[in-house]
Design a protein around this ligand. Structure first.
Ligand SMILES: [Zn+2]
Length: 171
């Protein structure tokens, strides 16, 4: 797969209230790769905490101490522009930098994932996704919710899946 692969059926568009987002141009089938980002840098969370807010809004967790950020913050690859929904249609593959379709996606739909699948840090954000399953607040501890573990099975990022596996072993 080429560097920074973006599925040709996907395009970037300005949304009404969430900045840029990814949308389907044509029907995307369940299991298709959406994007695969290699143009990244890994930064310690301690360093990120001192960066302007734009960094923290684009970067996502790789483990408890580090985050994945675009190599060029002013020109982030598409994978960094995917917005959150409590009823997502894309998720992670076990490859950290790859996003896949969790179900068939119709033309015009926005591609969205649930931050619970990638981020376990200490954060709380208001969610206004408006879906039936909206949690209203999304938190770094959401991956611990059993209903989400069931719903996103196979689509958590590896660091989160490792945490879930470890917790289950302790039971
Ligand atoms: Zn929501």
């Amino acid at each position: 797969m080429p560097e920074n692969y973006l599925n040709p059926k996907v395009y970037i568009k300005e949304t009404a209230n969430k900045g840029r987002g990814l949308f389907a141009k044509e029907k995307i089938n369940k299991g298709e790769t959406i994007e695969n980002t290699t143009d990244i840098q890994i930064l310690p969370k301690s360093e990120l905490a001192k960066m302007p807010k734009i960094w923290r809004s684009l970067c996502y967790e790789i483990n408890d101490h580090e985050e994945i950020c675009p190599k060029d913050i002013n020109n982030p690859p598409a994978g960094f522009l995917i917005n959150h929904s409590c009823e997502p249609n894309v998720g992670s593959s076990l490859n950290f930098f790859e996003t896949v379709a969790m179900r068939d996606i119709e033309p015009g739909e926005e591609l969205m994932y649930d931050y619970a699948m990638t981020d376990s840090g200490n954060y709380e954000m208001k969610c206004e996704c408006g879906t039936k399953s909206c949690r209203h607040f999304i938190r770094g501890s959401d991956w611990q919710r059993s209903e989400l573990q069931e719903k996103y099975k196979g689509y958590f990022q590896k660091n989160i899946q490792d945490k879930i596996d470890k917790k289950n072993l302790e039971k």
